[in-house]
Ligand binder design. Structure first.
Ligand code: ZN
Length: 445
């Protein structure tokens, strides 16, 4: 008995789009392709003209931190925003509260399990000391450890090398925020005033390039798989590719939609609504980064989703040093890349699926259950319709009241999201509940 049948969709396959149907039973895909038919399905979704993708896997979010985020911003509200935008799995990273021991992982897992609308994995961090119980973390289902080369969670070089030794030996992977603190401090010392346009100048390109390069050599010396988060420049991708293409350890390169959507040229208009670390780079760097996304240098997109309320962010017009850096992005990820990537002719639909679904799922160790449309995989599906619109924060499920993409003209809209074989969201209205999502224990990847 088929529970749900999606008919007449444009399925994204390796060579391109093919018309077909998807049959779902007990939360899994039981048949997919041009010749699928299932009479008597409980629910039939007519997807004529729509593109069907696997649910997106956002490999980089910050959603849960009761000590940091204000009331109303938690795993429940933020995973609701995720599912509204077609992100059906999130990999959640630590923010202010350390998650550096197996016990802290279990505590965060329990809290998130009771709130999550979508399935989730966890990353441990932010490590500022060399001691790490990698075996214990792996047993708790968390194979990745995060550290920083810059404040506010900076670890010194010796500590990072010790961490990489331990994590590499145990079969884990290090994620590193790559900006060099000394170069940030030097740039900041020359700046006077509170204008939003000063912010990108406080975090120069060289800070990213130097740290990426150093972490590449560290990872190779330590024999530790490396995941470079949020590369913000095309040159950063080129520098990272120098060691990625010859390194003896696996290297993963991530960028975020904000570095493809915006540059320093947008800061005068959007001011504090573009305050993010690493900061935005020049228009030329943005163009080079698109090339790195198209040609495969960049492996995947994650959002680095960091939720704040609009009122907090507004304070940055007066004093850009005041509000937190970070942008909400989980709900707009799929629509952004479909509209400004595929529709704009920069990438193909299959490349979009690689960047948002297949590769992040593989890196997270949850492929093929997540990140693919195939018989036997989880029925997490996004249907996109071609329907030009202007982005408005008020039409998003996100409860912070703002989006950096406000006013953007996009073409591809998330129509229907299916998780576990049932309709989870339609037109950014969410039907899932806190606790519907499950923890995804992840092994060595
Ligand atoms: Zn982050």
């Amino acid at each position: 008995m088929t529970d749900c049948l999606v008919t007449d969709a444009r399925l994204v396959t390796e060579p391109g789009l093919t018309r077909g149907a998807i049959a779902i039973e007990d939360g899994s895909i039981t048949a997919i392709g041009p010749s699928v038919s299932a009479s008597g399905a409980d629910t039939v979704i007519d997807a004529e003209g729509m593109v069907a993708l696997p649910g997106a896997v956002d490999g980089h979010t910050h959603m849960d931190d009761p000590a940091l985020f204000p009331d109303g911003i938690d795993m429940a509200s933020q995973t609701a925003s995720a599912v509204a935008g077609g992100v059906t799995t999130v990999i959640e990273l630590p923010t202010q509260t350390p998650v550096t021991t197996p016990e802290a992982v279990r505590e965060k897992r329990r809290r998130c399990e009771s709130r999550a609308h979508v399935d989730f994995g966890l990353v441990a961090g932010n490590f500022q000391e060399p001691d790490v119980d990698v075996t214990g973390l792996l047993e708790a289902g968390v194979p990745e450890c995060k550290t920083f080369t810059s404040e506010p969670y900076r670890a010194d070089d010796g500590t990072i090398l010790s961490l990489m030794d331990a994590v590499g030996d145990a079969g884990g992977r290090m994620r590193v925020h790559c900006e060099t603190q000394a170069l940030i401090e030097r740039a900041r010392a020359d700046l006077e005033g509170t204008d939003p346009e000063l912010y990108p100048r406080s975090r120069p390109l060289e800070a990213e390039l130097e740290a990426i390069s150093r972490m590449g050599w560290f990872a190779e010396a330590a024999g530790c798989p490396l995941y470079v988060v949020h590369i913000s420049s095309g040159t950063g991708a080129v520098v990272a590719d120098r060691f990625k293409s010859r390194a003896t350890v696996p290297v993963t390169l991530e960028t975020c939609p904000q570095y493809l959507a915006f540059s320093t040229a947008d800061v005068p208009e959007k001011g504090p609504f573009l305050k993010v670390d690493p900061s935005l780079k020049s228009p030329a760097e943005r163009e080079r980064l698109w090339e790195a996304v198209a040609d495969g240098t960049i492996d995947c997109l994650g959002t680095d989703h960091f939720p704040t309320y609009r009122a907090n962010r507004e304070t940055g017009w007066e004093d850009i040093w005041e509000p937190y850096a970070g942008l909400p992005g989980v709900e707009t990820l799929v629509e952004f890349l479909a509209s400004e990537g595929v529709e704009a002719g920069r990438i193909s639909w299959p490349r979009l699926v690689e960047l948002l679904c297949t590769t992040p799922a593989r890196k997270a160790g949850v492929y093929p259950a997540k990140g693919s449309l195939a018989v036997g995989t989880d029925a997490d599906i996004v249907l996109l319709r071609n329907d030009p619109y202007e982005v408005e924060a008020s039409s998003l499920a996100y409860n912070g009241g703002w989006t950096p993409y406000e006013g953007r003209e996009w073409t591809w809209r998330v129509d229907t999201v299916i998780t576990d074989g049932t309709v989870a969201a339609r037109d950014h209205t969410v039907y899932t509940a806190p606790g519907d999502g499950s923890f995804l224990p992840r092994g060595r990847t």
